[in-house]
Design a protein around this ligand. Sequence first.
Ligand code: ADP
Length: 319
Amino acid sequence: MKKIGVLTSGGDAPGMNAAVRSVVRSAIYRGVEVYGIYHGYKGLITGNIKKLEVSDVGDIVQRGGTILYTARCEEFKTEEGRAIAIEQLKKFGIEGLVVIGGDGSFMGGVKLTQLGFPTIGIPGTIDNDIPGTDFTLGFDTALNTIIDAIDKIRDTATSHERRFIIEVMGRGCGDLAMWSGLADGAESILIPETKEDLNTIVERLNRGIERGKRHNIIIVAEGVGSADEVAKAIKAKTNMDTRVTVLGHVQRGGAPTAFDRVLAARMGNKAVDLLLNGEKGKMIGIQDNKIVAHNILDLLTKKHEFNDELYKLAKVLSI
Ligand code: ADP
């Protein structure tokens, strides 16, 4: 294999740039040319493809977002769209592709692999909702952004003796809420993976008040519902007022943490290794601090593993 492509697709995540850099430099180091495909699968169809040199990926390791831009592309979901994409790849002589994105983007990659075009996926999403990896690229950075925000909210919660409900991202996955709740000593964490209901939260609130506690932090994963709904339900049950903060898109941006940069370096290098060894249809992951690869089709029926131990620990520490 003498020429490979790289694209970022789906939601952006900090660490994508560091992964692009790693793919480009790992390939060039092995004598392989790399082509950047801009705007995800859309760029593959329109031919928005440029050769990347070592210096093109300089000074990006620390930058959030993605220099290749990202997009969602409905046309790529059609056979006709994918046929055009294959033509473009052939035109540029690209023989293999690294896709940095979420599970939707990997499905696109699998379809290309089935058409005889080898593709390897790198999980890039802050949500940590991908099976076959302990961590996705961007999760650690988003987590640090969240705890930075919660630390600040806690200052005012303590000073004003107020109860705060903070909504964090994660789509259907509660990891951002659970990890940030544990890291920040939140009193309650509402996540989609568990059955903890409002009654339990209210009991905790009341227990705290009996102990003389006047401030409280409740973290709600967006997969459970909105923080506003939780605030209304608490008001209806207890007549207590709460303040709502929805952290929103600040969670997606910012310079990647050292963890995400190192993860990106390792995953990018492994993706190139696999392609050059003739592998295809696989996603890179990190499990027990080892870089691994799984068949994407095997992951389809699986869900990201929920860390019950951490959840229980968060509960123990927030008695
Ligand atoms: P994510 O990768 O973050 O899960 P999406 O689900 O929006 O994001 O997928 C990103 C892009 O991947 C889509 O816009 C589309 O171009 C492509 N894609 C997603 N699912 C498929 C599929 N089943 N077949 C082909 N392409 C797909």
